[in-house]
Design a protein around this ligand. Sequence first.
Ligand code: ADP
Length: 176
Amino acid sequence: MEKRVDQVVVQCSKGDIAHQEDMEAIVNAANAELRIGGGVAGAIHREAGPKLEKETRKLAPIPPGEAVITGAYNLPNNHVIHCLGPVYGQDKPEDKLLGDCYRKALKIAEEYGIVSIAFPSISTGAFGYPIDEAKKIVFLTIKEVIPTLENVKTIRFVLHNNEDLRVYQEALKKLY
Ligand code: ADP
């Protein structure tokens, strides 16, 4: 499913963030140490190969709400933007920190002239953020940021299961 919002196409699709062949950049739901880990970070590092961790090691640690960019190595993309989402119930204010992840990732994408970027659902796995709350922040944030974008033309949300996809699709339908 997709929807045009101003000059940007926003998409929701089911899949694996490490298999987004047509996207220039993908976003990692990273851990503070930017190490391989489980979930999204595991999938991205496994696919990218060990050179990714060699690069991320020099950039770690990062605080919640922060984002850094690296190469993508064996991934089919040009860049990986690593965001550290808040741990639900622990890192405060969690709504602002989660929004910051999307804000900063898109800011970096703009600076690098990136035209297409795919996001996983940051913080809603091991970090425990309820997806119903997270999706509100995600869509409020992109609504705020899209009018400022000049280079980014496609934003894709990649969801890992049908229920998460449904939640995001409902939110996208209601956007404007
Ligand atoms: P966090 O630690 O930020 O919560 P996780 O990687 O644990 O990050 O999970 C974030 C979300 O990504 C969860 O909803 C999880 O189901 C989903 N997910 C896990 N693996 C993948 C993958 N390979 N591609 C896309 N989404 C994934």
